[in-house]
Design a protein around this ligand. Sequence first.
Ligand code: 13P
Length: 124
Amino acid sequence: MKIALIAHDGKKAEMVTFMRDHINSFHRDEVELVATGTTGNHVENAGLKVTKMLSGPLGGDAQIAAMVAEKKVNAVFFFRDPLDKHPHEPDILMLMRICDVHNVPLATNPATAKLIFDTMLGGI
Ligand SMILES: O=C(CO)COP(=O)(O)O
């Protein structure tokens, strides 16, 4: 099961908390992680193995969208900051659209991510 992790700067602390709260589940062999660049650095610092793509504003969101379109990702945890502006807003919208096009679970906050994660892990 491959999960993509992305967090805007204002949400990176919440992402790290989410990872730490579920660290044993994320360490399972069945779980593979991919992340945008800076989010990936935080995930690594939390003690997890992760494949890092480019930083979001440099194309990382687009790279993950391509993986979603190619059915290489099972779920996307994208903790967006709704209170901030982002220069790469088109890429953000594109990633969310591609998740909907391909019916891939997309969590934009930790509460939804927990529901998806628990459900997916319950199935393996
Ligand atoms: O900008 C992002 C998502 O839109 C996240 O990118 P970083 O993980 O590189 O900060």
